[in-house]
Design a protein around this ligand. Structure first.
Ligand code: AHR
Length: 501
């Protein structure tokens, strides 16, 4: 029987994991905000109107950073509409999603909620219909201590201490013609540079993300980033990337290997950013913010509302197969931890969400919640280079790909190694041998996996725990070799430690 051989050695490191790799995203889209995180009439609502059941699941998930307020939404957003007394806020048309935006939740409410769930806010500014002035005023409103018009307005609105927002996105998907205020690379590069300068004049300590391509298949991918960074390299810290994955033409074999596509996308963008660095004789490196990623099957339809409040938009129900793919995408992100410092799974609740909630009803974990939460909890420390030798299979999209993919993370204390692995084979289990002889103190291992006889098994309101992590019982440790069987179509976590656990 074929087997996978996974070798780890602490001498061969990729780099430290920035916890912000485990970010998520809350957009004013569908029911992500309204009846997602916020529902004042809900039985679990806190005194601020936010659902405590959803907040609890968000804490359990472990998302150190949450991007807000969009997404496509931000490119038509006036942030001033979302501050001040609730009764005086304007109701607006949200042109991005053809929805009614009541502005009941805005910057103050979101930032306070993010802190309450253990996250830091990552705010995007509108570079579609607005520019440097509105962006700099928002930084002043959020981060300046007081004594000026905008900072005093924040204090008057009830937030005495600054929100202290460290990370800011300079617009959203400005390369896409669907974006309100879509721009050419030169137009965007210039406005991004000038906006970054103005925002940093208000607060020099902020980190800034320039928009990269909306996805790797954009016709301008590569040249967009090179041109944009040509204008704003010295003014920004990160370039963004977005990607959503689905099954094309019933080709599940390629879908299961789409982390290969994520690997290529990241490596191409690193090469492009480093090309601009060399060309411009820049000293610093631009790192990557993969600030929208997920599986998204309803792509291309069900994406616009009919001028409703909180419409049900892009509410994908995720199954076991999707969870294995999401776990594999996290493996890809970790594998590139030296350059991908931030990533935001899109999105947190209801709209392509990790969490689902019903108005007035329960909230539950989608299947994809589980690999995310476990990777966020245990994938902290230093990523090690993790070569995997083993069987391959052919895919229409990526050619020959490995049946197993894996990455290992060594804890900062050095007394625990966690290996995340997937078996992409839809029918056969795969024995794996993890060679940890270079870490002789580690001799006890535990196996947790997500697998099921039914690849379409999903968690629903009636069966919220249909798919949950299970403890594996097919594991042995022998002279520095951990032998484990990866079930068919499974995501796996093998924790190897020194203690008697
Ligand atoms: O996450 C949903 C949408 O996908 C975002 O609004 C947009 O940035 C992307 O196209």
């Amino acid at each position: 029987m074929p087997e996978a051989r996974i070798t780890v050695d602490p001498a061969f490191r990729v780099g430290p994991v920035d916890p912000r790799l485990y970010g998520s995203f809350v957009e004013h889209l569908g029911r992500c905000v309204y009846t997602g995180i916020y529902e004042p009439d809900h039985p679990t609502a806190d005194k601020h109107g936010f659902r405590e059941d959803v907040a609890g699941l968000t804490r359990e998930l472990g998302v150190p950073v949450i991007r807000y307020p969009g997404g496509n939404f931000v490119s038509g957003y006036r942030w001033e509409d979302g501050i001040g007394p609730a009764g005086e806020r304007p109701v607006r048309l949200d042109l991005a999603w053809r929805s009614i935006e009541p502005n009941a939740v805005g910057t103050d409410e979101f930032c306070a909620w993010a802190r309450r769930v253990g996250s830091e806010p990552m705010l995007a500014v509108n570079l579609g219909t607005r520019g440097p002035d509105a962006a700099a005023r928002l930084v002043e409103y959020c981060n300046h201590p007081g004594g000026t018009y905008w900072s005093d307005l924040r204090v008057k609105n009830g937030t005495a201490e600054p929100h202290d927002v460290r990370v800011w996105c300079l617009g959203n998907e400005m390369d896409g013609d669907w974006q309100i205020g879509h721009k050419t690379a030169d137009e965007y590069g210039r406005v991004a540079a000038e906006t970054a300068k103005a925002m940093r004049l208000v607060d020099p300590g902020i980190e800034l993300v320039a928009c990269g391509s909306s996805h790797a298949q954009m016709p301008t991918f590569g040249s967009w980033e090179a041109t944009v960074l040509g204008h704003c390299y010295e003014h920004v810290d990160y370039i963004s990337m977005h990607s959503y994955y689905t099954v094309h033409d019933h080709d599940r074999a390629s879908f299961l290997a789409c982390a290969t596509g994520m690997d290529s996308f990241i490596e191409a963008l690193v090469a492009t950013a480093d090309h601009v660095r060399a060309k411009g004789r820049h000293a610093k490196r631009i790192n990557l913010s993969f600030d929208e990623w997920n599986v998204w099957h309803t792509l291309g339809f069900q994406s616009e509302g009919d001028w409703e409040r909180a419409p049900r938009l892009i509410e994908d129900t995720y199954d076991l197969t999707d969870a294995v793919v999401v776990g594999n995408l996290l493996i890809s992100l970790l594998r590139h931890a030296d350059r991908v410092h931030m990533a935001c799974q899109a999105q947190l609740v209801n709209a392509i969400g990790l969490i689902r909630s019903e108005p007035g009803g329960p909230a539950w974990r989608q299947t994809i919640f589980h690999p995310f939460a476990l990777t966020s909890r245990h994938g902290r420390g230093t990523v090690l280079q993790t070569p995997v030798a083993g069987p391959e299979y052919e895919t229409p999209a990526y050619g020959a790909v490995p049946q197993a993919d894996a990455v290992a993370v060594l804890s900062d204390t050095g007394d625990e190694l966690t290996v995340f692995a997937v078996n992409r084979d839809q029918r056969e289990p795969l024995p794996a041998v993890i060679d940890v002889r270079s870490l002789p103190a580690l001799r006890v291992a535990h196996h947790t996996y997500l697998g099921d006889d039914d690849p379409s098994a999903a968690n629903t309101q009636d069966a919220p725990d249909r798919v949950v992590p299970r403890a594996g019982d097919d594991l042995a440790v022998d002279d520095g070799l951990v032998r484990v069987v990866l079930p068919p179509l499974s995501w796996n976590m093998i924790r190897i430690g020194g203690g008697d656990r």
